[in-house]
Design a protein around this ligand. Sequence first.
Ligand SMILES: [Zn+2]
Length: 175
Amino acid sequence: MELSDKVNTLLQEANVFEPPVPIKNIAVNWGARVLPYELGEEVSGILVYDNYKGTIGYNSSNHRVRQRFTIAHELGHLIYHVSDNSGKEMFVDKDFIIKFRSEKDYSPKEIRQEREANAFAAFILMPKQFIFSEIKKSKYKELSETEVIEEFAKLFDVSIPAMTYRFADLNISSY
Ligand SMILES: [Zn+2]
């Protein structure tokens, strides 16, 4: 299933029709346990898959928007990278962006999986159709692009860099 179709199905099943996307509920609906953990400074999230059950741990000290991105990212791993015959699997996620500055430390499979989990997180926290219906509103017409992105980041409860990437990805520049 295409990533965007998968995301739309998850949103519909959770009756989510507008931002902010309640990512924790969606993960729980999928069958995951979602828990805060003391993970230290480096690790933002973990996914443990064991005995057919996924447990997502997010860093209890991180800012809320970071926690939301982490939960979405780990849910991406749970949906796409483990299966009933996986046995026991564990993903440990450090800073997703810094990580790719040293790609040589990671196998091509790991890099692909991290990119997929990040793409899933961006798609589900900032659904394309939610962005396009919001951007039509007249209140944005008088704002600069930076201001619009700030407003959208607040509304979708994501970081400004995450929303900036998403706008670029969706080719939003005039509205
Ligand atoms: Zn990851």
